[in-house]
Design a protein around this ligand. Structure first.
Ligand SMILES: [Zn+2]
Ligand SMILES: [Zn+2]
Length: 97
């Protein structure tokens, strides 16, 4: 019986992890940190982020509007941290709904 409880607890924590990794319901109100700071010159740049353009940074996903912004972010993440943290606040507010 004890084993079953441990197993259940393990399963519960796995499903919780999974929930945190869920794709975003929507990207409304999320602003690309690169575009909000200085933008990039890809020609596809807009403030609206796309849910399939993101990188992992400090264990979290950061979403961008175009591939050029991803490149700019990777070259100098520190430059965009202020706006990145604002985006994470929006994500946290969404997941708390
Ligand atoms: Zn861009
Ligand atoms: Zn962008």
């Amino acid at each position: 019986m004890k084993t079953l409880i441990i197993l259940f607890a393990a399963l519960a924590s796995i499903s919780q992890l999974h929930a945190a990794e869920k794709p975003l319901k929507d990207v409304k109100d999320m602003v690309c940190p690169v575009k909000a700071t200085e933008g990039c010159d890809s020609g596809y740049c807009s403030k609206k982020v796309k849910r399939d353009i993101f990188v992992e940074h400090e264990g979290r996903k950061v979403y961008f509007c175009c591939k050029g912004c991803v490149k700019a972010f990777k070259e100098d993440p520190k430059n965009f941290m202020e706006k990145t943290k604002e985006q994470w606040k929006v994500i946290d507010a969404k997941s708390g709904e």
